[in-house]
Design a binder for this molecule. Sequence first.
Ligand SMILES: [Zn+2]
Ligand SMILES: [Zn+2]
Length: 388
Amino acid sequence: MLNGLTKYLESDKEKQALIDDLINPKVVFYEKALKSEMRYSEASYDLREMDTPARLLSLTKFCPKCQRRYPEEENACYDCLVTLKHVSDKVPVHDIESRPTFEFDGKTIYDDFQGILTEENITKINDFDFKSADFKHIINNLKRTSLENLDEVIEKNYVDMDELTTLESVLLFAKTFVNVDYKSYGQELGYFEFGTITIDDRQSDSFQITTLIHELAHFLLKEILVGVLCDLLDCKSSSLVDVIVTYILSYSNFTRLIDEYSAHCCEGRFTVYGYQDYSSFLQIIAQMDGEMSKEEIEITKSIGNTFANSIKDILEIFIDHELLRQIKREFLMYHHEKPNYEMLKLENCEKLTEEGFLKAIWLVVSDGFIVASENMDKLEEYLKEVKQ
Ligand SMILES: [Zn+2]
Ligand SMILES: [Zn+2]
C-alpha cells in the first residue's frame, strides 16, 4: 500500500538546498557572516544601552496604542487619544496566559465516541471526498484564527513587539496557537500533550526556541488532521475529534514516525539542519524491528516532510525573514561545532505531489479511524486526561 506512493514523490528542492548549503563550503562564509554580524549588533546594542536606561527609567508610562513612553506626570497620548498605562501593567510574555481555541465548523455535533465511530462514518472517511482545495481551506482557517488570537493577546497584555527578545517573539506566537506551560525538572526539553506545550524554561533561549517550534509542529499536525476529519464527517470540532486524532497519531509506528519526522523537519527549517537531536525519530525506527522496509520508512519520512511544508507555511505568517535570521543567529551562538554530516544523511529531501499527499492523508485517517473505533476504551482514557 505504502509503496504505491513512490510514483508520487518529487524532490523537495528547498530542503535539499538548505542541506547542500550546510555541506557545501559556502556555509562557512554564511556562518562567519552571521557571527561577525552578531558581534557587530551586540556592540551596537551596548552603545544603545549606554544612553537609554536613565531616560527609560524616568518614563514610567506608555501609550497602549502607539507604545510611546511618557513620564509619570502625563496622563494621555494626544496623538492616539487614549489614556496612558503604567509600565508595570505590561505582562511579560513568559507570564501571558492564553487559551487559544481553534474551531472547525460542520453540521453535526457528536456527544460520544459511539456516535462518531460508526460504520457509516468509516465508509464516509474511506470514500474520502476531500480535495486539495479543502486542505488549503484548513490551512487558511488555522492561519486566520492564530492571527486573530495574536491581535487579542497583544491588545490585552499591551505587548510591544519591538521590545521582545527572539525567544519572547517565538513564545508569543506559540501562545497564539496553544497553551504553554513551564517545568523545571527532568531531562526532557519539552513535550506537547493534551492541548498544552510544556517547556523547560531553565534551558538556553536557543533550546527553548527549537523546542517551541518542534512542539508547535506536533500541535499543528494534530490540528490539521482534526480539520480533515471535521471536513469528511461534516462535523464540528470537539474534544472527541481531538482525542481520535491524538490516538491516530500515536497508535502505530507508521503514524508516530510521520508525526515525529514532520516536527523534526519544521525544527530544522526554522533553525539549522544538522545540529538537531535526531534521537526522537531514530528511537521509533529502532523500535520497529523490521516492521517496515527501508523504502517504506523513506516514504513515511516523505509524508512527514510534506506535512512539515504545510506547517511551515502556517508558521511563516509569524516567522518572517527577519525573525528567522534572529533565530538562526541565536542558534549559532550556542552551536560552535560543525553540523553532523553523518546525521545529515538521514534527512529525506523528497515530498509528495498534491495527488500523492491526498492519498497519504487518506491512508493515515482511514486506517486510523477504523483502529480507533475498535479501541474506544483507550479513547475514553485519553478523554479523561484532556478534561483534567
Ligand atoms: Zn499613542
Ligand atoms: Zn517530537
